[in-house]
Ligand binder design. Structure first.
Ligand SMILES: Cc1cc2nc3c(=O)[nH]c(=O)nc-3n(C[C@H](O)[C@H](O)[C@H](O)COP(=O)(O)OP(=O)(O)OC[C@H]3O[C@@H](n4cnc5c(N)ncnc54)[C@H](O)[C@@H]3O)c2cc1C
Length: 411
C-alpha cells in the first residue's frame, strides 16, 4: 500500500482557496482536496456589504478564482460538502454524506459564523444576517427607497450595512448597546467619528439601548421592542452582533480550542499534521507575544500562504501585523496594528477629524500600537514600520502633518 499524500483543506472561503493556490505555487503536485459546505465557488466577503450589495459590482467580481481555475490546477473541489468528523490519529475526515477523506496534511479554514440574536422573535421572517452571498442577495431585495430597516449592532458589518441601506434610500435605525459605535475596537476618541458620520448621513443612531424582543405578525417581522419600552416599526431587521469561529469540528476532535483553533506561529494546531488559518485560527503572534484571532480579509488572504508553506515543511512563521479596511459612504479607512479593548494610553490625531481626513495613532506610553488612516492613502507601510520599530515617538511630531512619518522611524 502506498502512503497517503493528500493535502486536504476544510473550508472553501477566501482562506481555503488561497491555501490551495499557495500549495500549487509552492510546487505541491500531490492530490489536493478542498471541501466547502457552501454551494458557491470560493468567494470574498467584503463586496457583500459594499460594491455587490450597492449594486455597483457584478457577482463574478467576488469570486477568488475563475471556476475553471480549480480544474486547471487539479484541485478536487467538493462543494456542498460538510466535514462532520475528524480523527487526527487515523488522519481521516468523515463528510456528512458518510464518505471518508484521508489526509497526510490537513488545513482548517472553516471561518466564522454570525452570532445569533437571542431574544424572543429573533426567528421571525425578515430578521436577517450578512455572511453569505445569499444573505447579501436577500438584503438587496429589502433595501429599497422608503423601506424601514433596523440594524442591530454598530460594528463594521452593521455600519456598512446601514450605509448600503441609506444609499438605497431606506430609513435606517441603528441600535447599539454600547455608548458609541465600534467602541471596543476604536475607543471613544475615534469611535465618535463614526457616530457623526452615520448621523450626518441620516441614520437614526440609538446608543446605549437594549433590544428586548422582535415583534411580528403572521410570522413576519414588524418591529423591534427596546428594553425601555420604545417600539421601532421595521420592515426588516439586520443583525450584526459579531461572529463566532467555526471550531466545532476541531473541538470535537480534541484539538486545543480557545476562542478559535489554537496554533503556534507556524499555524500548527495541537494535533500532528493539522494546521489552521483565517477567521478560525487563534495564532500565536511572534511580535505581539500572544495569541490573536483576526477576523479580517487580509489575514484570510495571507495566513493560508504561510500555512501552505508550513505544510510543505518550510521554515516559516506568520508575523504580519493585523490589517483591515472599511468603506462607508464617502469614508474609506485602513487600520493596522493591534490594541486590546482599552489597552492604550492616548490617541494622537494627525489631520482634520471634522473633515474626516486624518490618521489616528493609538499609543502605549510613547510607543505606537496601531494606526488608522481615514481618507488618507499610501501610509500603511510607514505606520506599520513605526509600530514594528517599537520606537518612542514625540506626540507633537506624530500629530504634525508637516513631519514625514518616515522621519519618525529609527534607522
Ligand atoms: C459582509 C462582510 C463584509 C466584510 N468586509 C470586510 C472588510 O471590509 N475588510 C476586512 O478586512 N474584512 C472584511 N470581512 C471579513 C472577511 O471577509 C473574513 O475575514 C474572511 O471572509 C475570512 O475568510 P476565511 O476563509 O477564514 O473564512 P470564511 O470566509 O468564513 O470561509 C469559511 C468557509 O468554510 C466553510 N465551512 C465551515 N465549516 C465547514 C465544514 N465543517 N466543512 C466544510 N466547510 C466548512 C464555511 O461555510 C465557509 O464557506 C467581511 C466579512 C463579511 C461577512
Amino acid at each position: 500500500m502506498t502512503a497517503n499524500t493528500a493535502h486536504v483543506i476544510v473550508g472553501a472561503g477566501l482562506g481555503g482557496a488561497k491555501a490551495a493556490q499557495a500549495l500549487r505555487e509552492q510546487g505541491f503536485q500531490g492530490p489536493l482536496v478542498l471541501i466547502g459546505e457552501e454551494r458557491e465557488h470560493p468567494y470574498e466577503r467584503p463586496p457583500l456589504s459594499k460594491g455587490y450589495l450597492l449594486g455597483k459590482d457584478p457577482r463574478e467580481k467576488a469570486f477568488v478564482h475563475p471556476r475553471q481555475w480549480y480544474a486547471d490546477h487539479d484541485v478536487d473541489l467538493r462543494l456542498g460538502a460538510t466535514a462532520s468528523a475528524l480523527d487526527p490519529g487515523a488522519h481521516r475526515l468523515t463528510l456528512s454524506d458518510g464518505s471518508r477523506v484521508d489526509y497526510a496534511k490537513l488545513l482548517l479554514t472553516t471561518g466564522a459564523s454570525p452570532r445569533p440574536l437571542q431574544v424572543p422573535g429573533a426567528d421571525l421572517d425578515g430578521v436577517l444576517y450578512l455572511r453569505t452571498l445569499a444573505d447579501s442577495d436577500r438584503l438587496k431585495t429589502v433595501f429599497r427607497s422608503g423601506a424601514r430597516i433596523t440594524v442591530v449592532g454598530a460594528g463594521w458589518i452593521g455600519l456598512e450595512t446601514a450605509a448600503a441601506a441609506r444609499a438605497a434610500g431606506a430609513e435606517v435605525v441603528v441600535l447599539e448597546s454600547a455608548e458609541l459605535p465600534l467602541l471596543r475596537v476604536l475607543g471613544p476618541e475615534a469611535a465618535q467619528v463614526f457616530a457623526d458620520l452615520h448621523r450626518d448621513h441620516g441614520v437614526d443612531l440609538r446608543l446605549g439601548v437594549q433590544v428586548d424582543s422582535i415583534t411580528g405578525e403572521s410570522g413576519t417581522v414588524t418591529g423591534v421592542l427596546l428594553a425601555d419600552g420604545t417600539r421601532i416599526e421595521s420592515d426588516a431587521v439586520v443583525v450584526g452582533i459579531g461572529v463566532a469561529p467555526n471550531t466545532g469540528l476541531a473541538g470535537a476532535a480534541g484539538l486545543s480550542v480557545d476562542n478559535g483553533v489554537v496554533t503556534d506561529e507556524r499555524l500548527r494546531t495541537s494535533a500532528p499534521d493539522i494546521y489552521a488559518a483565517g477567521d478560525v485560527a487563534s495564532a500565536r503572534h511572534p511580535l505581539l507575544g500572544r495569541h490573536i484571532r483576526v477576523e479580517h480579509w487580509a489575514n484570510a488572504l495571507n495566513q493560508p500562504q504561510t500555512a501552505a508553506r508550513a505544510m510543505l515543511g518550510q521554515d516559516v512563521v506568520y508575523d504580519r501585523l493585523p490589517y483591515f479596511f472599511s468603506d462607508q459612504y464617502d469614508l474609506g479607512m485602513e487600520y493596522t496594528g493591534y490594541v486590546e479593548p482599552g489597552g492604550y494610553d492616548r490617541v494622537v490625531f494627525r489631520g482634520d477629524t471634522a473633515a474626516r481626513e486624518f490618521i489616528a495613532f493609538w499609543l502605549a506610553g510613547d510607543r505606537v500600537l496601531a494606526g488608522m488612516n481615514v481618507n488618507v492613502w499610501d501610509v500603511v507601510e510607514p505606520v506599520q514600520a513605526l509600530i514594528r520599530s517599537g520606537a518612542a515617538v514625540d506626540p507633537a511630531r506624530l500629530a504634525d502633518p508637516q513631519v514625514a512619518l518616515e522621519s519618525l522611524i529609527p534607522g
